[in-house]
Design a binder for this molecule. Structure first.
Ligand code: AMP
Length: 544
């Protein structure tokens, strides 16, 4: 027998309509790409989002069409999260730091019809425009006077486009909560980037969970500042969670300069800010140098890689700021587990919990499995492969039938290795996927190995992650020289610098006579890590 409750769909547009009606005067503050501070309210945001949906409709965009978005966090980009999805189309959030090839690959794979980009992101499209197979035009998130000269064709000014529309009430499309809403590609595995297609329902539910006290715990008295870019797993749910909570939103734009970020945190009375550990390490340094504090900031949410224990301790003791450490992936709509110590434990015992990746919030589940795929009991102190499932966890990758996302039991294969203790807290110990995470961004060790092995004096190359104080992890190259060659590390790095992005360049190069291999002939990275990173378990514990 069906329950007799109203059949309201969990749609993203309902979130901004709610914020507009109930918290219409709450501010959204942005640092624009030009550097000025812009202020308006959720009511304004909703109006402009409706107008944008109408404008896209006029451009012929249909439900299910993919629209690329490449922008730093500011109010216009926020509006597109609602305007695009409110029409039933799908916002493909693009990481502007990708190489031209990866960028073109994802845009073509998604078959994006239009690209929404802020002025700062236009050059990346100029570099690959001839390779883009489906793009019909570019909508620039600017006022007309700030649109730069560009070689791109069919460039449309966003502000003009929505001014022409004039329909603040343009009706949202009738979308089903299971329909796709946002598409985010992840490079966090080997091979080509893979698309994670969120539904309306998964975005709404993960934002609900985000606001619960066991997760971040956000309400209308809070001011949220997502320093994490919106292209990273939907900005960890903030574009939906903040309006849902009626919380003031502060968007930092493109400038990741610590003084600028600090100015916003203090000046706008931010209470909760979110970023990868690299940012928080730099902020600590900035405050020590300038003798400042963090004003009203009470909570930092950090994820993406393991935060150092000392960093958590320093924020707490020196600045009175609590660190909420979260684990998640693009595939799990960002945050899935959060670490919170129980009441009444000692300072040290609390820190012991905060360095763990924490417990899942209701709606997501995790388990660790052994080599046979069997769940490892919590009291057995043995690591295994981490699996996840839940209301906002991917079941498949977009248009990639040959790349299964889940195991035969339907649990997401995360590529992370860890343990779940009797207290239910997850402790990551390693990573099975062959990638390095530097400052929150992926570096493919395989691509680096291939580039290094292309050097005429190198027979074999292996790349592993080494702990790094600022970037958390950096690539480290281990190579076997061709017999008789005396090629130096500096020469190899010079060779690589012409083949990979600067931030991909290994920290160092070591030469060895032989690279160890596993029984199946793969490079034995575990053995290499033991040999070259002995005693430094930064990834596992964050204690770099
Ligand atoms: P992404 O899909 O880019 O968000 O990356 C997700 C991956 O980042 C995870 O599978 C982990 O390897 C890593 N990661 C995320 N959060 C943490 C954390 N709290 N501690 C350690 N690694 C993390």
């Amino acid at each position: 027998m069906h329950g007799l409750m109203q059949q309201r769909q969990l749609t993203i547009s309902s979130v901004i309509d709610y914020a507009s009606q109930v918290y219409g005067d709450v501010e959204v503050v942005s640092r624009t790409i030009e550097g000025s501070i812009h202020r308006y309210t959720y009511r304004d945001c909703a109006r402009r989002a409706h107008r944008f949906a109408e404008a896209l409709d006029r451009l012929g965009v249909k439900a299910g069409d993919r629209i690329g978005g490449a922008s730093w966090n500011h109010y216009r980009y926020l509006e597109t999260f609602y305007g695009v999805t409110g029409l039933g189309a799908i916002l493909h959030t693009i990481n502007p730091r990708l190489f031209a090839e990866q960028l073109a690959y994802t845009i073509n794979h998604a078959e994006d019809r239009f690209i929404i980009a802020d002025a700062a992101c236009l050059p990346i499209f100029e570099a690959c425009r001839d390779r883009l197979t489906h793009v019909e035009g570019y909508i620039v998130l600017s006022a007309p006077e700030h649109i730069p000269n560009t070689s791109l064709q069919n460039v449309i000014c966003y502000d003009d486009l929505i001014a022409d529309s004039g329909d603040d009430q343009f009706p949202w499309a009738n979308v089903d909560e299971w329909d796709g809403s946002a598409l985010c590609y992840t490079s966090g595995t080997t091979g080509d980037p893979k698309g994670v297609l969120y539904s309306h329902r998964s975005c709404v539910l993960s934002a609900y969970a985000f606001n619960m006290p066991n997760a971040v715990g956000v309400g209308f008295r809070d001011t949220l500042m997502p320093i994490v870019p919106f292209f990273h797993g939907n900005g960890w749910s903030v574009p939906f969670a903040a309006p849902m909570a009626g919380a003031k939103l502060v968007l930092p734009g493109r400038d990741m300069d610590m003084a600028k970020l600090h100015e916003l945190i203090v000046g706008e009375d931010v209470t909760v800010a979110l970023a990868v550990p690299t940012i928080w390490l730099s902020m600590l340094e900035h405050m020590r140098q300038t003798g400042t504090d963090l004003g009203q900031l009470a909570k930092i949410v950090t994820g993406g890689s393991a935060p150092p224990r000392a960093m958590i301790a320093d924020y707490e003791s020196d600045y009175g700021v609590t660190i909420s450490h979260a684990w998640g992936m693009t595939e799990t709509s960002a945050a899935t587990t959060f670490s919170h110590p129980p009441n009444g434990v000692s300072h040290d015992a609390a820190l012991d919990v905060r360095v763990t990746q924490g417990r899942p919030v209701f709606g997501s589940e995790i388990r660790v499995v052994d080599d046979a795929g069997e769940p490892v009991p919590r009291d057995r102190d043995a690591p295994g492969e981490l699996r996840a499932r839940g209301f906002w966890v991917a079941s498949d990758y977009y248009n990639a039938p040959d790349k299964p996302a889940v195991d035969s039991n339907g649990w997401l294969i995360t590529g992370d290795i860890g343990k779940i203790g009797p207290d239910g807290n997850l402790r990551l110990t390693d990573r099975a996927k062959d990638v390095i995470k530097s400052g929150g961004e992926w570096i493919s060790s395989i691509d680096l190995e291939n580039a290094a092995a292309g050097h005429p004096d190198i027979v074999e190359a292996a790349v592993i992650a080494v702990p790094h104080e600022r970037w958390q992890e950096r690539p480290f190259l281990i190579a076997v020289r061709r017999q008789g060659s005396a090629v130096t590390g500096a020469e190899v790095l010079a060779w690589l610098s012409k083949r990979v992005a600067k931030w991909w360049l290994p920290e160092d190069v070591a030469f060895t006579d032989e690279i160890p291999h596993t029984g199946t002939g793969k490079i034995d990275k575990m053995a290499l890590r033991k040999q070259f990173v002995a005693g430094k378990s930064g990834f596992a514990t964050g204690q770099t």
